[in-house]
Design a protein around this ligand. Structure first.
Ligand SMILES: [Zn+2]
Length: 97
């Protein structure tokens, strides 16, 4: 498995892609990173709301992951045979080396 780190084209977070299968291995959304400690403490005081929020976040995350994966596959397909790997919208963002 060849793992590549790149910038997520959707949320500008960090994306780890298996470059042989084009599967998203991991995804760290930028908006999650920005969540403040203050907000975290506020949320964690309300356990039920927190659970609900985490559940929603996980669902959103899964959806987003699938969405990015789809984009990657499409980009790879369109760029098949081109030197340098993924073309198009992923091209400028990807620093394979
Ligand atoms: Zn993202």
């Amino acid at each position: 498995m060849s793992l590549r780190e790149t910038k997520c084209p959707i949320c500008n977070g960090t994306l780890w892609v298996d470059s042989s299968t084009l599967k998203i291995v991991d995804h760290r959304p930028a908006d999650h990173q920005k969540a403040s400690l203050e907000q975290f403490l506020k949320d964690s005081k309300q356990d039920k709301a927190w659970d609900e929020k985490m559940k929603k976040a996980r669902e959103n995350e899964a959806r987003r992951k699938a969405e990015i994966e789809e984009k990657f596959k499409k980009a790879a397909k369109e760029g098949a045979g081109q030197p340098g790997g993924l073309p198009g919208e992923f091209g400028p963002n990807i620093n394979w080396d």
